[in-house]
Design a protein around this ligand. Sequence first.
Ligand code: ATP
Ligand code: MG
Length: 561
Amino acid sequence: MSPRSTHRARQVAAVHLLEVTATAVVLVAVGQAIGGHLEGFVLSPGWYWAMGIGGVVAAMAAGVAMGMSGRHARAEEAALHPRVLDVFYRRSLSAPPAPDEGGRVVTLAGDNAERVSEYRQVFYPDMIAALATPVLACLGILIGLDWLTGLVLLAMCPLIPALITGFLKLFRKRSAQSRQERARLSAAYLDAISNLVLIRMLGAGQRVEDDLRQRGEANRATIMRLLAGNQVVIIIVDGLFSLLFIVMSSGMAMTRWRDGHITATSAITIVLLSVLLLEPLHQVAAFFYIGMGGKASQKALGRWFDEAPQAPASHGSTSSTGEGSGAMTLRDVTVGYGDSEILHGVDLVIAGGSRTAIVGRSGAGKSTLLGVMTGTLPPRSGQVVVDGLDAEIAGPGAIRGASASVNQRTWLFAGTIADNLAVANPHATAEQMWDALRRADVADEVASMPRGLDSDVGEQGCLVSGGQAQRISLARAFLSGRKILLLDEPTSHVDMDSERRIIDAISRIGDDTTVVMVTHRRRLLELARDVYRVTDGTLVPLSADEVAREDTERAERQDRA
Ligand code: ATP
Ligand code: MG
C-alpha cells in the first residue's frame, strides 16, 4: 500500500470513528431519556439536543464515508492499471511475453485491481474503525458508567480480532482457489477472442465453446463454495457471538444494578452501548467476501510487482560479487522444464563489454541458456550473477532489468512505432528514438512511412515487414540503454537485406555493451571473442578452426535445404 493510499484509508476510518462517536452520543442520550422516565427525573434539554445533533452527524458521516471510500477505491484502481501494464512492458523487454501472460495481465489489471482497491479503501478503513469501536465503547463504559462491566467487556475485546483472523485463515485456501479459477477463465476468454478467426478456420468452435462452458462452471462452483462459507460466517457471528456479547453486557448491567452499584439509567445505557461491541463482527459478516478476495488479489499483485525488472544501474548495494559493468557469471548451473533437465553443470564467465556467440543444433538449449541470463528462467541449482547481481540475492526482477534482448521471433505489440520504442524507455525523446532507429538501420524506412514514428505496426507487427520488425526490436533494445544485449538468432526469419543490416548494426555496437548472441552467421561468429557450443546439456568452447567449420557445415546444410 502506498503512503497516499494509506492516508486515504485513514481519512475514511476517521470519518467512520466520527460516525461511531455520534452514534454513541445518541445511545447515551436515549439511555438518559429512558432512565429519566423510569427513575422519574427531569431530562435536561441538552440531551435532546445531543440526540438530534448526534443523529444528524452520524447519518452525515456514514454518507460521507461511503462516498469517500468509493471515490478512493476508484482512484486506487485507476492508479493500479498503468502500474500493472508498466511491469508487463518492462518484463517483455528482456524476454517475449509467456503464452499465458496476456490472460494474467487482464486478470491483474481488471479483477485483481478492483478487488484490491475495494479491500484497501472500503474493507480496510471499515475494519480499523470497527475494531476501534468496541475498545472505545468499553472505555466509555469503564470510565463513565461502571468500571467492572467496562473491564469485563474490555477483556472480551481481544476475542473479536482473534475470531476475525481465524475466519480469514479458514477460508484463505478457498478464496485463492476462486481467484485462480477466475484467472484461468479470463485467460481462456482472451485466448478464444484473439484466435477467433483461427478457431473458425479449424472448425474448433464447438470444442472451444465447450471448454469455456466447463471453465465457467468451475468458476461458478468455486465462487459458490466461497459464498457458502461466507454465509456460515454470518450465521455463526450473528447467531452465536452477537448473542454472547448482548447476554454478557445485559447480564452484567442488570446484576450490578440489582446489587445497587449503578443506577437504572446507567444499566440501560450499558445495554444500549453494547450494540457498538458488535460493530466489527457485523462488518466482518457483511464484507468478509471483499476481505478474502482482496487479500488473495493483493498477494497476486504483490508477486507481479516483485517480478518487475528494476531500473538498471545504481544497484551496487545488492551486489554480492561486485563484478558489475555488464559481466556475467554462471557457476554449475542446472536448468530444465518440468521433469526434463536441459542444461546441467554449466560454467560460463562473460567479461563486461565482450562479444560471445553460442551455437548448437535446434533444441539443444540455446534459448534456454539465454533465458537463464535474462532472469526469466530460474536455475534449479547453481549461481547466476548478472551485472554484479546475484539472482538468488537480488531477485529475478533485478536480473531482468540488467539486459535487453532481441529474440528469434520479434515481439511488437499493437500500437505505433513510438509506442513500441517507449516500452524500453518511457522518457525517451523523439530524437533519442530516431537515433536508436538509425543505429538499427531502420530509420530511413520509418522516415518514409507517411506517419513516421506514429505509424501503426498493426497487431503483432503485421503492418511492417519481418525484417523491419526485427530491426525495430533491435532499436528498442538499443534505446533501453541496458548494458547487456542478448540476441537469440536475430537474423532468423528475415530477408537477406535485413540480415545484412542487422549484422552491420550489431558489429557497430560499442564495447560499453556486453553482447551474447545465439547465431550461426559467419560474420557474427567472427565478431565474437568466444564461441561456445551447447551440446548434450553442457557448454563446450570452440577453437577458431571449429568455428570456421561450424559456419561452413551450417551453410552447406542450408544450401541443401
Ligand atoms: P532452436 O535452435 O530451435 O531455437 P534451442 O537450442 O534454442 O533450439 P531451446 O528452445 O532452448 O532450444 O529448447 C531446449 C529444449 O527444451 C527443447 O527440447 C525444447 O523442447 C525444450 N523446451 C523449450 N522451452 C520449453 C518450455 N517452455 N517447456 C518445456 N520444454 C521446453
Ligand atoms: Mg532457440
